[in-house]
Design a binder for this molecule. Sequence first.
Ligand code: 8YV
Length: 316
Amino acid sequence: RILKPEILLVGPYPEWDMVELEKTYHVHKLYEASDTVAFFRNHGGNIRAVATRGELGAPASLIGNLPKLEVVSVYGVGYDAVDLAACREKGIRVTNTPDVLTNDVADLGIAMMLTQSRGMIGAERWVKDGSWAAKGLYPLRRRVWGRKAGVLGLGRIGFEVAKRLRGFDMDIAYSDVTEKSYADGMTYIADPVALAERSDFLFVTLSASAATRHIVSRDVIKALGAEGMLINISRASNIDEDALLDALETGVLGSAALDVFEGEPKLNPRFLALDNVLLQPHHASGTVETRKAMGQLVRNNLAAHFSNAPLLTPVV
Ligand code: 8YV
């Protein structure tokens, strides 16, 4: 009898992934363990791989409980929640799922811009609650096409956002650590405050790290201004969330469209009281097509690892 390698799932995956994973591995589910101390005592020493999600990652506390851990496979492009230093030190490999989700994440960013600018959530309420018939025309909103957009982080996702914005005849600028050769027709502005200053819409599309923490600072938010909109499809840590809430509450910032939050899925209750925000449940990669491709890539990386083949999308 060949023993299946034991792997640990930090959070659930769709059923189609569970079925495939269970064929090949002895799957443990951390999210179903009621007593994690007992769980690690019983199984921690047997687990060779962790399969996790972007926002859940693999913190040092988890890695420390898995002495035989060889690989962490992230279902997501962002691996900021994985303790990379601990992995490097212990020789643990890390993989993510870039490329397969890029277009869907960019699509949601654009959808959020349009939805918020044109007030589509309120407009639907206007129809459903009878306001249209009772009060008449819906309040006017602001135009999207032809206005100024800033893209903070012109990586894979930022580039796809910019590509789509071109279709709206927007004047596009971007900020990144270096000027990009592929940024045809876009203005490079290194300083995020200066980028925000000239933008009507500011998209945050940076991969998150200690270096980018609160890169969207109180000053950046103020520079974006009372007519500006902040759209975040990256990680909450890229934004000073307290400064964002203060600015939204006082009108220093016009509005925000957010897919990610500090402490998600719980969020700061101050967000819920605002009417100048569009709040989304971290689902920018959430299409059947993309999630299937992400699950496949997670499994392909695990399979490569266990057959001593090169990892497909290694980070460490
Ligand atoms: C999540 C993400 O992994 O790609 C990322 O970095 O945050 C997402 O794709 C996804 O929501 C699954 O949990």
